[in-house]
Design a protein around this ligand. Structure first.
Ligand code: NAD
Ligand code: LMR
Length: 328
């Protein structure tokens, strides 16, 4: 039976993250069995390297990969896209914070937001991985007035996965057992991994951990600084784990979260949990039918409130900085 392929646009396609991500998408791990057309964007200097990546995609003979289109013009590459994964942006180097990338990377997202607005399909969904992810997503969203704001997301799934991994190690269980963990705020060192609602095998996780000092002094800083720890160790920012998180986030957005669990993604705030409207902040979200919904009604204690507020304040500062740069 002939089916129209899902058009998946990916930027930064010759970069480190995409060297893992593209193969996951093409294999069906992200969107299931649907036929896929990959539409890959790069800058002109990287086109030759991208051609090599396409040769390798061909050589995998993925059963559902219908075609691959490459180019350096977003208005052409985003034509008819149903999904866009915006990975292409410069990574930070040792000693930098992710926010230091704003002026270098922010402009990429004005141009790409406009191009998506002009040529993407009506059902487009846009996930931003390139840093600083939340504010870049906000820039793209503000430059795409015809695309509903709810169609933009920023990747905080890597922080969620890192958090689950640390809790799993502490308790000696695999991450399958851990649910309802939440990442709040910015994908930066201020991001807050909240364990107060998290469960292990359905039971509250904090009494099982029973070590508040570990939570405050080890767990939270470990997750916050994990990106920098990887840069120190490898000289490069996280690649395979970032690709895995991007793939998992898009998978859940498209195909839904299951059972009573929720995930985390940077989404536009409607004022929930006191986060100012219009910021793209990480929240606990559930996905169904290609949409998301913020999990409501969680009690936020003083410990969590202070940390959420600090990260949201950073998002407000980033929003003000990009306003000043004329990007929104
Ligand atoms: P990389 O330098 O290996 O690859 C980036 C690619 O983007 C390069 O090939 C570059 O040519 C391309 N590019 C630059 N400008 C572009 C444009 N205007 N259009 C299309 N492509 C463009 O970097 P990487 O390791 O793949 O990381 C990519 C981004 O993802 C970085 O900003 C990094 O900080 C970020 N990141 C985010 C997370 C997260 O959790 N949100 C995790 C890891 C990395
Ligand atoms: C990460 O969290 O690994 C990425 O955002 C890369 C970085 O700069 O830390």
């Amino acid at each position: 039976m002939k089916q129209t392929p899902i058009k998946v646009a990916v930027t930064g396609a010759a970069g480190q993250i995409c060297y893992s991500l593209l193969f996951r998408i093409a294999s069906g791990a992200v969107l299931g069995d649907a036929p896929i057309e990959l539409r890959l964007l790069e800058i002109p200097q990287a086109m030759k390297a991208l051609e090599g990546v396409v040769m390798e995609l061909d050589d995998c003979a993925f059963p559902n990969l219908k075609s691959v289109v490459i180019g350096d013009d977003p208005e052409k590459v985003f034509e008819g896209a149903n999904i866009a994964m915006l990975v292409g942006a410069f990574p930070r180097k040792a000693g930098m914070e992710r926010g230091d990338l704003l002026s270098a990377n922010g402009r990429i997202f004005t141009a790409q937001g406009k191009a998506l607005n002009n040529v993407a399909a009506d059902d487009i969904r846009v996930l931003v991985t390139g840093n600083p992810a939340n504010t870049n997503a906000m820039i793209a969203m503000n430059n795409a007035p015809d695309i509903p704001n709810e169609r933009f997301g920023a990747l905080t799934r890597l922080d969620l996965d890192r958090s689950k991994a640390q809790v799993g190690k502490k308790l000696g269980v695999t991450t399958r057992h851990i649910e309802r963990l939440t990442i709040w705020g910015n994908h930066s060192s201020t991001m807050y991994p909240d364990l107060f609602h998290a469960t292990v095998d359905g039971k509250p996780v904090l009494p099982e951990i029973n070590d508040n000092e570990w939570v405050e002094k080890t767990f939270i800083p470990k997750v916050a600084k994990r990106g920098a720890e990887i840069i120190d160790a490898t000289g490069l920012s996280s690649r395979a784990s970032a690709a895995n998180a991007t793939a998992s986030c898009m998978h859940d957005w498209e195909l839904g979260t299951v059972g009573g669990d929720w995930t985390s993604m940077g989404v536009v705030s409607d004022g929930s949990y006191g986060v100012p409207e219009g910021l793209i902040s990480s929240f606990p979200v559930r996905h169904k039918d290609g949409n998301w919904e913020i999990v409501q009604g969680l009690e936020i204690n003083e410990f969590s409130r202070a940390r959420i507020d600090a990260s949201v304040k950073e998002l407000e500062d980033e929003r003000d900085a990009v306003k000043e740069l004329g990007l929104i």
